[in-house]
Ligand binder design. Sequence first.
Ligand SMILES: C[S@@+](CC[C@H](N)C(=O)[O-])C[C@H]1O[C@@H](n2cnc3c(N)ncnc32)[C@H](O)[C@@H]1O
Length: 478
Amino acid sequence: MVEASRIFHTTLLPTFPLLHNNHKPDSHTFLTNFPRKRHGLLQVLHCSVSTENETATKTTPTQMTVPWGCDIDSLENASALQRWLSDSGLPPQKMGIEKVDVGERGLVALKNIRKGEKLLFVPPSLVITSDSQWGYPEAGEVLKQYSVPDWPLLAIYLISEASLQKSSRWSNYISALPRQPYSLLYWTRAELDRYLEASQIRERVIERITNVIGTYNDLRLRIFSKYPNIFPEEVFNLETFKWSFGILFSRLVRLPSMGGRVALVPWADMLNHNCEVETFLDYDKSTKGIVFTTDRQYQPGEQVFISYGRKSNGELLLSYGFVPREGTNPSDSVELSLSLKKSDKCYKEKLEALRKHGLSASFHQMAAAASNKTNVKKDMKYPEIEEQALQFVLDSCETSISKYSKFLQASGSMDLDITSPKQLNRKMFLKQLAVDLCTSERRILFRAQYILWRRLRDIRSGELKALRIFDSFRNIFK
Ligand SMILES: C[S@@+](CC[C@H](N)C(=O)[O-])C[C@H]1O[C@@H](n2cnc3c(N)ncnc32)[C@H](O)[C@@H]1O
């Protein structure tokens, strides 16, 4: 499948649209029309959220969970989901939901499955999109008036339906969702600083958390505070938003054959990721359902996988909260930060060149711009400065490696600051994820270091040879 057909695509974030439109409805109309009380609220969530701009630096010492969903490995609710889906039009399946070694719960082959076979066939009526009907239509009406974009709209939809419990048509689906997805949105700033200090992913997580908090604050200010009966704070608060965004990041699908629509696809979202698998979910026009086509055969009892896209281990951790086993991800990569000194005479020009070419641009141009040389000739020939540029990247690589090594060494004896067994499990889990990520990123840097070092050695030995030839010619002429 083409690049654009990747599922669980997350590039909407970190720039997912915040609400900045001015289509404000007449709030009186809404208040007089829809002041009804929400029914079916379970427990009240005790959490305080300030109106000031919160950033990822604010942390909650204890992790709060939402009063819906289930334990991440619960099969009971998943079986109820399967029964409900069958009753609601999902055709008989060749896979069943089971506890699995990779990914807690997953879909496992019940029969022989051939390579090239189409599976699933989830009908559009069982898919959640921004057009889905609201169990509490008043909420949908208000959001429509404000033209709330897809991501925040779906986040609100999920919370709204979850709060309706049994009266939501999605109650079986929501009950089978994890109460606390493995999302980095739940990591505190202290945990990020402690465990991900060496990795560039830390910045991406902070940016993402800031975006989610910003979106929530924006919605609260512009909409929720104006319709407190429709969007009560006991239901629509930062904790429930973290949950719903955690669910969206780890389960939302982009369907290329439906014009790139984003959707939650019950049942299909029980499929786990395998880095070697090359098959994606999409809408199949001929069967009018969400399908994927297997790229290998499966025996009964084997877990069936799809691909969440060719992502690095860092990106997989960022959106899905897991790091693949070491050496199993052919798409793994690491970001190396190259700093440009402000004291550099050509700081502006170099910055401009970096901006123009970006990190994915030609290595020579990028490295030349980042090489901290104090002047850049207009007709600069890259080979002339190749050695310096390579040395600069090598130095940055080594600085980064030493940060990883420091963390990995310290992780063995890291004091986890634990007050309860539950916390111990959590901290051990986070630490393990960070160790796995840092080990894989450092391994890539070691390889890069070796390649850079060899290239430099070749350049230098070439130069030495040229110098020796030059010297012998000089001697002859002498
Ligand atoms: C779309 S859901 C898949 C179903 C999920 N396992 C469940 O039980 O609900 C995505 C989540 O599954 C887990 N997952 C998927 N692939 C995985 C893998 N290769 N290794 C570990 N966890 C995985 C992660 O927790 C991820 O956030």
